[in-house]
Write a protein that binds this ligand. Structure first.
Ligand SMILES: Cc1ncc(COP(=O)(O)O)c(C=O)c1O
Length: 381
């Protein structure tokens, strides 16, 4: 058996999700755009999922656009809302690469981007945000919760600032969707990205919430599916699975969060007793499943490999950038020195984690940290 602590990277598909999807690969395989009865089954299944998901966000059915995942949703929000007249985006320096690389690419095409700094816990400064707005600003894109350090940004306060200034507000909610409550109306959100594979749904399916009245330029053109905003034959099994995953998340969120918070807090207290250890990100306003710690004198990659030998799976930095040995841009933005951020370990808990997993980690990790510190000639006790 293994202990999986990398649920922010991806989650296994829930067995009820898989069961709901299976008929749409075989018997109910029709193209939802066709007119005969098996196609109508596919169309109905999409409608049903769209309905469930829209209710979960307090949105309307026609405000949910299915995409291939969080990355595409972020691209559509950013690329679809910028124009020659409104050519400026405000974002933060700790966004996921799906936002940051898109911004860099837009800059190459002559658009302008302001990257807001964050404080030592990863929070943006609302005054700095307000002062960065110009008459050319099209969009503010600030993530709901950070994928590396779990910081939950004050998005309820960002929405009204954007509304007041007639600017669109996009939030990348890939890590928070299905984990903490989101109400797009109450939070004054215009655009929101979410992804299915982070909440026990299949990979390759996500959504962009687009508030009624917001005009987006499509980035994928073709047959006009998804209200003309995202063409391409719909991923029917994926959409069905995503809908089922949302249904389960909605049912289990409160109970699940209580469990995750208690396991998370127990682990954080345990880690903080290991000398020369630092918690990255805040204690309050933090995702209930996220832990990010640095152990002085320890290489994150070595730590992850030695944990792997014990069948404990965790990550250093975020999964999307772990193959790149540059220090994490998030840890750098909260003020860590490169040598410190190399020693970071991210644990993201999920519904498979039990007290047994935690006990195993508590037994194993201090031994590995001690071993790596002994091997490091530069580490001073
Ligand atoms: C905050 C955030 N945004 C976007 C993405 C990309 O989502 P996807 O893997 O569905 O493309 C991720 C994935 O880790 C993420 O954590």
């Amino acid at each position: 058996m293994y202990s999986y602590f990398d649920n922010a990277a991806t989650t296994p598909v829930d067995k009820d999700v898989l069961k709901a999807m299976l008929p749409y690969f075989t018997s109910s395989f029709g193209n939802p755009s066709s007119l005969y009865s098996i196609s109508l089954e596919s169309k109905k299944a999409i409608d049903n999922s769209r309905n469930k998901i829209s209710q979960f966000l307090n949105a309307s059915k026609d405000e949910i656009i299915f995409t291939s995942g969080g990355t595409e949703s972020d691209n559509l929000a950013l690329r679809g809302s910028i124009s020659k007249q409104k050519n400026h985006i405000i974002t933060s320096s700790i966004e996921h690469p799906a936002v940051l690389s898109t911004c860099k690419d837009l800059e190459k095409s002559g658009y302008f981007v302001t990257y807001l700094k964050v404080d030592s816990e990863g929070f943006i400064d609302l005054n700095q945000l307000e002062n960065s707005i110009t008459e050319k600003t099209a969009l503010v894109s600030i993530m709901h919760a950070n994928n590396e350090i779990g910081t939950i940004e004050p998005i309820e306060e960002i929405g009204p600032i954007c509304r007041k200034n007639n600017i669109l507000f996009h939030t990348d909610a890939v890590q928070s969707f299905g984990k903490i409550p989101i109400d797009v109306k109450k939070m004054n959100i215009d655009l929101l990205s979410a992804s299915s594979h982070k909440i026990y749904g299949p990979k390759g399916i996500g959504l962009l919430y687009v508030r009624k009245g917001v005009m987006l330029n499509p980035i994928i053109t073709g047959g006009g599916q998804e209200f003309g905003i995202r063409s391409g034959t719909e991923n029917v099994p994926g959409i069905v699975g995503f809908g089922k995953a949302v249904e389960l998340a909605s049912k289990n969120m409160n109970k699940e969060n209580k469990k995750l918070l208690s396991l998370r807090n127990r682990l954080i207290s345990f880690f903080m007793k290991i000398p020369h250890t630092r918690l990255n990100g805040p204690m309050k306003k933090r995702l209930p499943n996220n832990i990010n710690v640095c152990f002085d004198g320890v290489e994150g990659e070595a730590l992850v490999m030695l944990l792997d030998n014990e069948r404990i799976f965790a990550s250093t930095g975020s999964a999307c950038s772990t193959r790149n040995l540059n220090p994490s841009h998030v840890l750098k933005a909260i003020g860590l020195k490169p040598e410190d951020s190399h020693g970071s370990l991210r644990l993201s808990l999920g519904n498979s984690n039990t007290t047994k997993d935690i006990e195993k980690l508590e037994k194993t990790l201090p031994i590995i940290v001690e071993k790596l510190r002994r091997m490091n000639p530069l580490y001073e006790k």
